[in-house]
Design a protein around this ligand. Structure first.
Ligand code: F6R
Length: 247
């Protein structure tokens, strides 16, 4: 694992955008794994700017998002599909048919999950997977568990995730309690992984993820086994690691 230490959110976003754009410039047909949430917004903004200027093109890129809530339509303002179109896809020159996000309204969720992994495989696998980190250590929606679940699957969201995500919803009742997520096998098969981490509230879990045991109760810890994982973390997120004398 390679750790890139940065000052703050805006530096993290710029470095992340640099890594992602290097991938796309070198390999215009790249398959990108993308994430939602607060963490990657700055990176998306920077990429939009470079795309506007003509320095970067997404015309041949394919994307697979990590996850989607079950029960929300694509048009629902809180769905991850809506997030991606609102924050990124509608502002760049990507081809709609090259953007994949699990359908959280499908009748047969199991079939959707199976097809998602098949589509990733058919595309040649993910070249660069962008990840954020949950306060409980989740990546995608792979919640703390007794084991690492391999494939794309349905997951019941943990109390901690529901609490963390309540900031995006008007009331607690509105938050879907289940989701579709890429599995750990799917994520770990990505050729390169880019984990972004910002803020004090992630500092304890980032310490466990990077320096603790590889433990499915801390899902992100599995990234220690990935050969091409890059972590871009800011000073706040690195504060516990630093106070433990590891920086
Ligand atoms: C989002 C996702 C989640 C988030 C994580 C951190 O697609 O898969 O794992 O990356 O919950 O969320 P933020 O960035 O909002 O702190």
């Amino acid at each position: 694992m390679e750790l890139i230490k940065v000052k703050n959110y805006s530096e993290m976003s710029r470095i992340a955008a640099n890594i992602l754009s290097a991938q796309v410039i070198l390999f215009p047909e790249s398959v990108l794994g993308l994430s939602t949430g607060d963490t990657p917004i700055g990176m998306y903004k920077q990429l939009i700017e470079w795309n506007d200027k003509g320095d970067l093109s997404f015309s041949k890129v394919k994307t697979f998002n990590l996850d989607e809530y079950i029960g929300l339509s694509k048009e629902h303002g809180k769905s991850y599909s809506f997030f991606m179109w609102n924050a990124f896809f509608s502002k760049i020159n990507i081809n709609k048919k090259n953007t994949y996000i699990p359908n959280g309204l499908a009748k047969n969720i199991q079939r959707v999950c199976k097809k998602y992994d098949e589509d990733i495989k058919k595309s040649g696998g993910i070249d660069l997977q962008v990840l954020g980190l949950g306060v409980n250590g989740h990546i995608g929606f792979n919640e703390p568990n007794a084991y690492f679940k391999r494939n794309t699957h349905k997951v019941n969201l943990s109390e901690s995730t529901l609490r963390a995500n309540s900031r995006f919803f008007d009331s607690k009742e509105e938050i879907p309690n289940s989701a579709i997520t890429m599995g750990m096998g799917t994520i770990m098969q990505a050729k390169r992984i880019l984990l972004l981490c910002t803020g004090k509230e992630k500092s304890e879990i980032l310490y466990k993820v990077l320096f603790g045991d590889i433990d499915p109760r801390i899902p992100g810890s599995i990234l220690q086994l990935h050969k091409q994982a890059t972590i871009v973390a800011d000073e706040d997120a690195l504060s516990v690691i630093k106070s433990n004398g590891l920086l």
